[in-house]
Write a protein that binds this ligand. Structure first.
Ligand SMILES: [Fe+2]
Length: 166
């Protein structure tokens, strides 16, 4: 009996020692992982991305009297006819009141997003210097739907306008 009890005690002692080593090893591993952390390398920007230097959102300083600079960056939204399936043509040009935004390699409208009732229906990226800030599309509009357009000028930031379809 004494021998059996001694063997039992040795067995428990072995389990305790083995668990202790396991615990020690796992602590060592955690420390090693923390020390080995390396910062991720950022992907390099394209030539186009390097030219986009302003992403600030803008509004009119005086909504009753927008300046020519503000109008030049405001998307003008108008509507054409509906097709036989009920899709209405939407025209968008940047800017408004006949003041057209420049299209140059270093200064251009770089993107345009179109929303109907705050749901995005289109997202366009424009190549610098070769295409104006203009777009036409068809959407199934009904009375009181709100069409919103957000554009980006690479130098002068983000601008938007919204009109109600009647
Ligand atoms: Fe601009």
């Amino acid at each position: 009996m004494k021998r059996l009890e001694m063997l039992k005690t040795m067995g428990i002692a072995t389990i305790v020692v083995t668990s202790g080593i396991g615990l020690l090893s796992s602590c060592e591993n955690k420390t090693a992982k923390t020390v080995a952390a390396v910062p991720e390398k950022q992907p390099e920007k394209s030539e186009r991305e390097k030219l986009i230097v302003n992403r600030q959102e803008n509004t009119f300083a005086d909504p009753e009297n927008p300046t020519k600079f503000e109008l030049k960056h405001t998307p003008e939204i108008t509507f054409g006819e509906a097709d036989k399936n009920g899709f209405t043509q939407i025209f968008i040009t940047v800017g408004s009141d006949g003041i057209i935004h420049p299209t140059k390699n270093e200064h251009w409208i770089d993107f345009m997003k179109v929303f109907v009732n705050n749901k995005e229906i289109q997202n366009i990226e424009f190549t610098n210097g070769v295409i104006r800030g203009y777009n036409s599309c068809y959407a199934p509009l009904k009375n009181t739907d709100k069409v919103k357009v957000i554009i980006g000028c690479n130098i002068h930031g983000i601008w938007q306008s919204e009109v109600e379809f009647v």
